[in-house]
Design a protein around this ligand. Sequence first.
Ligand SMILES: Nc1ncnc2c1ncn2[C@@H]1O[C@H](COP(=O)(O)OP(=O)(O)O)[C@@H](O)[C@H]1O
Ligand SMILES: [Mg+2]
Length: 255
Amino acid sequence: MSRKLSTRKRPERDRHMLKEQLKIEEGVFDKRTMAAIWKMFNHNIISRLDFMIAKGKEANVYVADSGSSIAGDQIILKIFRIETSSFDRRIDYVRGDIRFEGKEGRSPYEIVRTWCKKEYGNLMIARAAGLHSPIPYYFNGNVLAMEFIGDNGMPSRTLRESELENPDAVMAAILSDLKKLYAAGLVHGDVSEYNILMRSNVPCLIDFGQAVVLGHPNSGRFLERDVGNIISYFSKRYGIEKDPSAVLDWLRKGG
Ligand SMILES: Nc1ncnc2c1ncn2[C@@H]1O[C@H](COP(=O)(O)OP(=O)(O)O)[C@@H](O)[C@H]1O
Ligand SMILES: [Mg+2]
């Protein structure tokens, strides 16, 4: 169910419904996460929480009905888990990125909050560069609201779950997006068949938390790994052979 509200004031019924929902989710969501979701509701980003579609490595991903400030019926809330074992891994992608120098945060919560803000900022850059990636709408604390990538209310499948009819074209579209991202000064850093969703025939890159600016000491290595992952996936599954260094040369040069 989705409803569009024309006024900024919420009907009592809506408030009551979300409060009840959040109560049910208590134990799943800690207080800070609940407060962030509540903010999304008050800012008309969401009108209700629907269901969880994925439990990723570091985040639980929910579908929510959009609030009146968002076009479209549904949106995605990516809720970063505060207790995860991936802080050490995360910190390597925050340190060395000039945007976050000295602002990494100390407590697990602060680090997760930085990570969430970083994914939001990275998605903004990706969209401005013309990538097929989700539009970021809003973030608060450890919760990020973004465009729902799906067809007819169903979340799109990952590249891995899809059997492609036109693998050459899809591979070319992915590499072209990586080139655009590079030209915009960013390297994704976790490109794989799991972080690409197939909306109809268009590959959409997701999961931008770890993406770093080119000045990051490991950006070169991350780019090589990203391109290598795509090349080896399409080689293994579809028998398409491409020379990684030729692709990297093409990707790094402008135009
Ligand atoms: N914008 C989106 N639209 C539809 N599904 C999404 C979206 N973002 C994430 N998902 C789903 O949630 C899963 C995990 O999201 P992801 O951003 O990759 O988180 P993690 O960092 O935990 O891997 C994805 O594989 C996908 O199935
Ligand atoms: Mg992922």
